[in-house]
Design a protein around this ligand. Structure first.
Ligand code: NAD
Ligand code: DAU
Length: 352
């Protein structure tokens, strides 16, 4: 095992592995990195599950500094081969099963990909050497906050306290990442971000699902009374934060990422209807999610203080940009919702 020190000056020799790069945040991160660091070689590793979409990466597929590899992060042999071949300096692990509702239906694949996949990547990092392994985690590892305590926020010291199989799998991975740092000296960082929104968000998630349903004049299924609160961050701001952490973040540290954009779900849904000029009669209250977290709210003081990160996009602008993106890119999401997604939708919402 060998590790080396990182400096921005070796940009030309920099190879970055981005796992899960055909998904929502990973693809936005690739676009961000290609623009910001055109001399870096980016290798995207993605299994192309239902959530991965190669067509999303079309704008960079022919870029000479970009390579796409269809591969499961749990496939130890092939992952090791790829490390040997490409000798990455940095690994940013986005690859995961990411949808809470699916984890409630079928937890097994969440444990496999999110925990064992993380282990496989870190074992390869140990064997071949790495400047930085970055784990993209989530605020859901902290559990939830009460609705009547707006003064409370998640800090990096908030105890891990998970609610869903998804969040438990992400928390397990975080613990494993910290263990590899302490036991093997692996140079890791972890980021825990709040809810993202923006282009290429898979339409099983709240914002794109509501936009797609509203545009198709279908009912908008709001869980419970719609009073749960999420802290929304425009995806590009998340990408910017990760870029800062992998370059300037301190090895071994956890960084929370969020921009104080807390909204109730019902506020979001009504806002989308208003922007699309659709009637609130489309709103349908349905059976609540099991174990539904009440409120997420990030305290981003550490990343602001230590790295100077601040979000550029506040919710009122970001939601307009997002709705416009879905209006202008109908083919992208219509292709998805006209496929296997229909079975998923029927199963999850048919009798809800
Ligand atoms: P996503 O579901 O849109 O994308 C996941 C990607 O990972 C897909 O391209 C999929 O094909 C790929 N993938 C899944 N299993 C794989 C495997 N075994 N091997 C290789 N590739 C695999 O997810 P997302 O919303 O872009 O989330 C990305 C990461 O960010 C996840 O780790 C998630 O936990 C974390 N996160 C998401 C949010 C959010 O609001 N979406 C917020 C905080 C953190
Ligand atoms: O906080 C970060 C997390 O945000 C990420 O780690 C997850 O990967 C990501 O999926 C997201 O999790 P949420 O469960 O918060 O996101 P989702 O879009 O599934 O739901 C947002 C809120 O909207 C939640 O309170 C449930 C509610 N909801 C969701 C759907 C899909 C509805 O009311 N109706 C719906 O149809």
């Amino acid at each position: 095992m060998f590790f080396y020190n990182f400096s921005e000056s070796d940009g030309e020799n920099m190879t970055v592995f981005v796992t899960g790069g055909a998904g929502f945040i990973g693809s936005n991160f690739i676009f961000y990195m290609v623009k910001k660091h055109p001399d870096y070689r980016i290798v995207c590793i993605d299994k192309l599950t239902y959530a991965g979409n190669l067509s999303t990466l079309e704008p960079v597929l022919n870029n000479e500094n970009f390579r796409f590899v269809k591969l499961d992060i749990c496939n130890r042999e092939e992952i090791f081969k790829l490390f040997e071949e490409e000798a990455p300096s940095i690994v940013v692990n986005f690859a995961a099963e990411s949808h809470v509702d699916r984890s409630i239906e079928d937890p097994g694949i969440f444990l496999k990909t999110n925990i064992l996949g993380t282990q496989t990547l870190m074992d390869a990092c140990r064997k071949y050497g790495i400047k930085r392994y970055h784990q993209v985690s989530t605020d859901e590892v902290y559990g939830d906050l009460p609705l009547d305590r707006p003064d409370m926020f998640f800090t990096e010291e908030t105890p891990i306290h998970t609610s869903s199989p998804y969040s438990a799998s992400k928390a397990s991975a975080d613990l494993l990442v910290q263990a590899y740092h302490r036991t093997f000296g692996l140079p890791i960082t972890i980021s825990r971000c709040s809810n993202n929104y923006g282009p290429y968000h898979f339409p099983e998630k709240l914002i794109p699902l509501m936009i797609a349903n509203a545009l198709n004049d279908k009912p908008l299924p709001v869980y419970g009374e719609g009073l749960n609160i999420r802290d929304w961050l425009y995806v590009e701001d998340h990408c910017k934060a990760i870029d800062m952490i992998i370059h300037d973040g301190k090895v071994g540290e956890v960084y929370n990422i969020g921009g104080h954009n807390e909204k109730t779900n019902i506020y979001i849904v009504k806002k989308i209807l208003e922007l699309l000029g659709k009637s609130e009669d489309l709103i349908t209250f349905v059976t609540d999610r099991k174990g539904h977290d009440l409120r997420y709210a990030i305290d981003p003081a550490k990343i602001k203080r230590d790295l100077g990160w601040e979000p550029d996009t506040m919710f009122d602008d970001g939601i307009v940009k997002t709705v416009n993106w879905y209006l202008e890119n109908r083919e992208w999401w219509e292709t998805i919702i006209n496929g296997e997604y229909q079975n998923y939708y029927e199963k999850m919402y048919g009798n809800r």
